[in-house]
Design a protein around this ligand. Sequence first.
Ligand SMILES: *[C@@H]1O[C@H](CO)[C@@H](O)[C@H](O)[C@H]1NC(C)=O
Ligand SMILES: *[C@@H]1O[C@H](CO)[C@@H](O)[C@H](O)[C@H]1NC(C)=O
Ligand SMILES: *[C@@H]1O[C@H](CO)[C@@H](O)[C@H](O)[C@H]1NC(C)=O
Ligand SMILES: *[C@@H]1O[C@H](CO)[C@@H](O)[C@H](O)[C@H]1NC(C)=O
Ligand SMILES: *[C@@H]1O[C@H](CO)[C@@H](O)[C@H](O)[C@H]1NC(C)=O
Length: 473
Amino acid sequence: MFTSKKSRTFQIISNIFHLIHSQITSHPRISLFIFSLLLVQILIFCSPSPPPPTVSLPPSLYDKCNEGKVYVYELPTMFNSDLVGTCDDLDPWHWQCGVATNGGYGLIATELAGIVPENLLQVWHRTNQFSSEIIFHNRILKHKCRTMEPESATVFYIPFYAGLAVGKYLFADSTNEERDFHAVKLIEWVQMQPYWRRSNGSDHVIVLGRITWDFRRLTDPGKRWGSTFLNMPEMQTVTRLSIERAPGDDHDVGIPYPTGFHPRSIADIEAWQNFVRNYNRTSLFTFVGAARDDVGDDIRGLLLRTCRNESLSGTCRVVDCAVTPCANGSSAIMESLLGSEFCLQPRGDSFTRRSVFDCMIAGAVPVLFWTRTMYDQYEWYLPEEPESYSVFIDHDDVSAGKKSIKEVLENCSKEDVKKMRERVIEIIPKIVYSDDNGGMKDAFEIAVDGVMRRFKAESDQRRQESEVNVPVN
Ligand SMILES: *[C@@H]1O[C@H](CO)[C@@H](O)[C@H](O)[C@H]1NC(C)=O
Ligand SMILES: *[C@@H]1O[C@H](CO)[C@@H](O)[C@H](O)[C@H]1NC(C)=O
Ligand SMILES: *[C@@H]1O[C@H](CO)[C@@H](O)[C@H](O)[C@H]1NC(C)=O
Ligand SMILES: *[C@@H]1O[C@H](CO)[C@@H](O)[C@H](O)[C@H]1NC(C)=O
Ligand SMILES: *[C@@H]1O[C@H](CO)[C@@H](O)[C@H](O)[C@H]1NC(C)=O
């Protein structure tokens, strides 16, 4: 009974992705899209280029909040805290009671004892992959550039847990009205606020704990999924931070999935970087995932079979999520990622996967099959040269049997793999959510910085335009 419901849900999701895909390819952006695909395909893999120089603001400028200040709305509790803590009716596969503890970081992952260094066991949590709206809310309240006076703010943060609001209806028989209830009320609420009216929301930001497609319900009743929050006209000007963005919508910004690693200090990060750098990786690659034969374009079944076959010789480590509860985080996943040079990252129910981030934090080099899984998503976080930290094998070449994953990966020299791993290790501090109240430039700080710069640039431009008195239109 459960299985048939599950497969129906995935059929719906799959249909939605086909529709989205066909919409995208019928768009004039197609040439650019194809061009970028081609570009990625002709990249010579396993020849990492040297890292570009990184530009950073002098700390003095950064500390003075020169980029602006953020005002956090105090919403009625129905929009956030009331949505936390109702365990029973949330997504049964991905949610675990207690995830909202520790500011969204979850309980300590005691199951990792003996696998991660003992002095770092306290920084490993059972973090839910959909908890970023809780994490960001907790962190922004403590941010050094938070202001209590809206008139001095350049950024307005709306702490609405939109993912939790819709999450409890996604896997249940529910009406459109139920799915949209909180979103509709939220829009009514913000429209009463003077600072919203001043800008129509264009200096407002929200964090969505789930992928953007969960808030873009299609009108076709057969493809009914999620809420219509992001289809609402009022939301078109609002910047949204989300673990999966819609390509082509500049108001969507991709942020890393929360993983279980929450370092307290630079010293924690460095200790972990050394640990993964020196780990004795005895397998070439690993695959953590489940096969779903009812999803179109599913190469996961193929990858699972390949990996299982290669596991006989120790070349691949397989963690079959149909058997191991993967969403929960587990010692088997951690051991596989640490023990392998590469990790296979096919698309899942959507293009992105939390596993990409689990993989990189464990110091394994991700192998991508769709560009949208990573390269088109996390612009603020990843270097521009994908080949410097990952390997791309087109999914069509894999399903057509034109390329053997093992051969492609074995083709990378030890030196190349080492260079790629170093790039991955350099990325780690940027994709973690730290537990230090803001001293580190972690995923959260990078997001806040990015939003402030974006809004400041927009307001500077508006001011310039009004000074020169350029008529609009
Ligand atoms: C906000 O939107 C309303 C309705 O679309 C429009 O009349 C108004 O001019 C807008 N205000 C600003 C500041 O853009
Ligand atoms: C790595 O593990 C392999 C297999 O267990 C073992 O033979 C080898 O000695 C180990 N290497 C190091 C440097 O520990
Ligand atoms: C299974 O592995 C063996 C040995 O590595 C290989 O020769 C064979 O082609 C593999 N079969 C499949 C279906 O991958
Ligand atoms: C998640 O992991 C914890 C600890 O390993 C376990 O007690 C719990 O039952 C697991 N939950 C699920 C849904 O598998
Ligand atoms: C291995 O690398 C060589 C040289 O870079 C390339 O010509 C060849 O196609 C590669 N083989 C595979 C299976 O990727």
